[in-house]
Every structure is written in C-alpha cells, then in structure tokens.
Design a protein around this ligand. Structure first.
Ligand code: ZN
Length: 150
C-alpha cells in the first residue's frame, strides 16, 4: 500500500471495501450502465430499478481499487430510496466535494460520503471516486430515455 493511499484508507472506506453493500445485480433493471477508468483499471456496472420517480433498488458489480469499490458501495447506500432528482443532485454535490475547495460542512447532505473528501488531495484518485457516480448518472439517463419512448 502506497503512502498516499494509506492516508485515504479511513475506517469507512476500509469497511465498504471489505464488505461492499448492494453488490451484485438488480433483477429486471429499468436502467443499467457500465463505467471504466482506464487510468486505474476500475470497472463498474450499475443496475437499478426506478418506480414512482424513486430509485427503489440499485446494485453495483465489477472490479476496481479500494476507492472505486468503497465509493460505489457508499453511493448505492446513499441513493437507494431517493428520488431520481435528489440522486442527480447528490451526484453533483459529490463531484463538487471531491473536485473543489468547498468545505465539507457546506454539503451536509453527503453524510458518510464525506469519507471520500480526502481524494481531492490526490488528483489521480478523483476518477476512482467519481466513476460510480458517472455510471449512476448514465444508468438514470437510460431509464428516462426508456420511459419517454413508452
Ligand atoms: Zn481506482
């Protein structure tokens, strides 16, 4: 484990990497997307089901480094049960947290996602942390496209 990684390995990240939540696939998903981060070799697949404008079920699969795995696990926990709009807003806030100097306290909704705030000190890790969120966004857009054609 390199030094910069060790700094990032907080309790929450370690825990979610060891015991990822919502790992697997949602049966009969209404949205799905795959994401790749060639810089690190992270691959993530998101499957989700929406009903009544809410993310009723979501799961992730794939292989990646500890940061991408923990981020995917935390992300699925955070957005499960949220409205699609809130999930998209959280995506933007998360991105803001890991890429800007915004104080964590300015973004109270992020909760346990704050564990990943440290990646902004390590630019090469930012893509690992945001990959699951970009993939979520793609999966949600796909769902909307499906709905509009029905
Ligand atoms: Zn990675």
């Amino acid at each position: 484990m390199s030094f910069d990684l060790r700094e990032l390995y907080q309790e929450v990240i370690l825990d979610h990497n060891r015991r990822p939540r919502n790992r697997g696939e949602v049966l009969e998903p209404t949205g799905a997307a795959e994401g790749h981060n060639p810089l690190c070799g992270d691959n993530v697949k998101i499957t989700l089901r929406t009903s009544g404008g809410k993310v009723s079920d979501i799961a992730f699969d794939g292989s990646g480094c500890a940061i991408s795995t923990a981020s995917a696990s935390l992300m699925t926990e955070a957005v499960k049960g949220m409205t699609v709009e809130d999930a998209e807003r959280l995506f933007r806030e998360f991105q803001q947290m890991v890429t800007s100097d915004a104080q964590v306290s300015d973004l109270p909704e992020l909760g346990s996602l704050n564990a990943l705030a440290g990646v902004r000190e390590h630019p090469v890790r930012i893509k690992c942390a945001t990959l699951p969120w970009h993939t979520l966004h793609a999966a949600l857009c796909q769902k909307e496209a499906t709905v509009s054609t029905e």
